[in-house]
Design a binder for this molecule. Structure first.
Ligand code: KG4
Ligand code: ZN
Length: 420
């Protein structure tokens, strides 16, 4: 049986270097997130080599920061947990190597955590400590101010209910899982997933082609309310889901993290089509030239706008309508499939988590639909929606109780799947 119940979590799967200390999977003692947004922004996306280099620079101060914030030393800990996949190989390896060294040097057990399971535990952690609100993710100031306000309306559930249907929707993933708790251990069944791009990837790519900043989700979120969501009727019904991929292996990072053969096609997502549809629309209506001329574009070596008001001043109304319509369509598709899966599987509640779960329209519409159906729904706080290490330390707690430790040979698994 653990002594202090304190676990140090380390997360380096993508572009955030994060460390956090969580007690017994239910109380966040400290949490530090060093974002690499400034490094990757000029490229309009994460550059894996730069991500590894930035993790190397940040990992020691970030872990020290988490210990200092908690007024603890390594000797106070019961275990070290680290994300072992899915994610960028080089980025994951920085966290894993450092976690291994710390565990070995301090005679602590090492616990390997799946990043996707971590996102699900972000909601579960919040449920256990409902008053938690850590520092917000590093969005541009004007966007962040708006995003924070949403948190006040976040619905919460206090008691757990199983099975839970979890939608993990981020820059790298769009997956639906049925999560069950049995004898203290969580099990996951894959119910649905994207066959190509993740939803957050679509937000990022659309924002990039319109000349907005990186990551694109917060920009689209901030600008969408100024446009007409019904101006451009994007339809997912016409998008082929490429269910069988002709027997070929999936092409994208998101698609590689889980098999699709056994999944009900109704619960498969596809976001590459809408991204192309937006591009076509922009070309057809001359919005690209106009937006490039009026909104300085990353691709043209200009700086993206620095604030929401600057972007608003530069975006013509048809661009705002396009942004609103895009977001409306993506949220609508996520909702349709999530609620259909929940109904067909008899889920006791819905959990929505991952970076895109920070989206205001998504939270509002999911919440309204859940209320209409009399279903329980929960989201993490905004800080826990995007990548962080508190979710990794929280997910490790049941494994510590079960003494489910990682072998010394633990390595990164960039395509690690979750569940059956
Ligand atoms: O969970 P996360 O930090 O990293 C991954 O595991 O991918 O998610 C990052 C993604 C990015 O694609 C970003 O554009 C998106 O989450 N995102 C949002 C919002 N905030 C972050 N998408 C829509 N609306 C937002 N407010
Ligand atoms: Zn993530």
């Amino acid at each position: 049986m653990p002594g202090s119940g304190l676990i140090l979590g380390i997360e380096t799967s993508c572009d955030e270097t994060a460390a956090a200390i969580v007690e017994r999977g239910e109380r966040t003692v400290s949490s530090v997130v060093a974002s690499q947004i400034a490094t990757h922004a000029r490229y309009g996306g994460v550059v894996p080599e730069l991500a590894s280099r930035e993790h190397l620079r940040a990992i020691v101060p970030v872990v020290r920061g988490a210990l200092a914030e908690a007024h603890l030393t390594l000797a106070d800990l019961d275990a070290i947990a680290v994300t072992c996949g899915p994610g960028l190989a080089g980025a994951l390896l920085v966290g894993i190597t450092y976690a291994k060294a710390l565990a070995f040097a301090n005679n602590l057990p090492l616990i390997a955590v799946n990043h996707l399971e971590g996102h699900i535990h972000a909601v579960l952690l919040n449920e256990r400590e409902p008053q938690t609100e850590m520092s917000a993710p590093s969005f541009p100031q004007s966007v962040q101010a708006d995003s924070k306000r949403v948190g006040k309306h976040e619905p919460r559930t206090s008691a757990s209910a199983e099975p839970a249907l979890a939608l993990v929707v981020s820059g790298g993933h769009t997956h639906l899982y049925l999560a069950r708790l049995a004898h203290g251990a969580w099990t996951y069944t894959l119910i649905g997933r994207t066959v190509d791009d993740a939803a957050g990837e679509a937000f990022d790519k659309v924002a990039k082609l319109l000349g907005l900043g990186y990551p694109g989700g917060p920009w689209i979120d901030a600008l969408a309310k100024f446009g007409n969501p019904h101006a451009v009727p994007f339809s997912f019904a016409q998008i082929k889901t490429k269910v069988h991929l002709g027997g070929k292996p999936p092409r994208t990072k998101a698609a590689k993290t889980a098999p699709i053969a056994r999944i009900d096609p109704h619960f498969l997502f596809s976001f590459s089509g809408i991204k192309t549809a937006v591009l076509r629309y922009v070309e057809l209506h001359g919005l690209r030239a106009e937006s490039r001329a009026r909104v300085p574009c990353v691709l043209a070596n200009f700086l993206p706008p620095q604030s929401r008001d600057e972007a608003l001043a530069l975006c013509p109304q048809p661009t705002l309508d396009l942004i609103a319509s895009f977001q409306y369509a993506v949220v609508g598709d996520l909702m349709k499939k999530t609620f259909a899966a929940s109904e067909s599987l008899g889920a006791a509640r819905i959990l929505v988590t991952g970076g895109v779960a920070a989206n205001r329209e998504l939270r509002q519409r999911f919440t309204a639909e859940a209320a209409r159906r009399g279903l329980r729904i929960a989201f993490p706080t905004l800080a826990l929606s995007t990548d962080n290490a508190a979710m990794i330390a929280a997910a490790a707690w049941p494994r510590l109780l079960a003494r489910d430790f990682a072998p010394p040979s633990l390595s990164a698994d960039p395509s690690l799947a979750l569940g059956r």
